[in-house]
Design a protein around this ligand. Structure first.
Ligand code: 5GP
Length: 191
């Protein structure tokens, strides 16, 4: 998506440790015009997939999940939680996810009542690197006996391989911008 690529080129920052910082429009301050356009594009791609719910993981996936849900005629959004709270349901699905940016593993959970075997789930996240977060979410969907209808990502770091591995396994993975190479001087996208 040209608009997202331009934003990344003009405002993104490549940090050491292979991290692309995009907090001026995607991760902390949210450019809602960009979010609306990204969501329309994702909605168009998955319109024939009979999606019943959007699933993401807190925190930075929630904004895109919410705007995609609005674009897809107000579907419900559910997000996996990284922290256990006193009001958590007793019955929940749980999976470990290794975090690329924090270099540690989290157990993420979702209350069983929010995922049913009839659900067709669109998984949404802001970034895909090695694919750990998406794999964890696919695992939660499978535990519920539900179906992963597809995966939508704003920025995929293609050179880290997680996305192509998921495509090779037959997942309908749609990324709006795929970074092929990046360093402090240049960011190159997959055509
Ligand atoms: P994965 O699980 O695919 O290895 O990494 C995806 C998760 O790590 C995303 O949920 C995202 O929050 C975070 N992430 C991975 N790479 C980057 C990056 O370069 N920049 C930012 N801002 N987040 C990243």
């Amino acid at each position: 998506m040209k608009l997202l690529q331009d934003k990344i080129i003009n405002e993104g920052q490549v940090l050491s440790g292979d991290v692309l910082k995009v907090d001026g429009f995607l991760n902390q301050q949210l450019d809602m015009d960009l979010y609306a356009k990204m969501s329309q594009e994702i909605s168009a791609h998955f319109s024939a997939k009979n999606v019943t719910k959007i699933l993401t993981v807190e925190a930075s996936g929630i904004a895109l999940a919410a705007t995609v849900a609005l674009a897809m005629h107000n579907l419900p959004v559910i997000f996996a939680k990284k922290h256990s709270t006193s009001n958590r349901d007793a019955d929940f699905y749980c999976t470990p996810i290794f975090s690329f940016t924090h270099n540690k593993s989290y157990n993420v959970t979702i209350a069983k009542r929010f995922l049913t075997k009839d659900d067709r789930i669109l998984i949404v996240d802001d970034f895909l690197a090695r694919g750990e977060a998406v794999r964890g979410l696919i695992n939660l969907v499978s535990q519920a006996g539900a179906t992963t209808a597809g995966v939508a990502i704003a920025v995929e770091k293609g050179y880290q391989g997680g996305g192509d591995q998921l495509r090779a396994e037959g997942i309908d993975l749609y990324s709006l911008a795929i970074v092929d190479k990046m360093d402090e001087n240049a960011i190159t996208f997959r055509p």
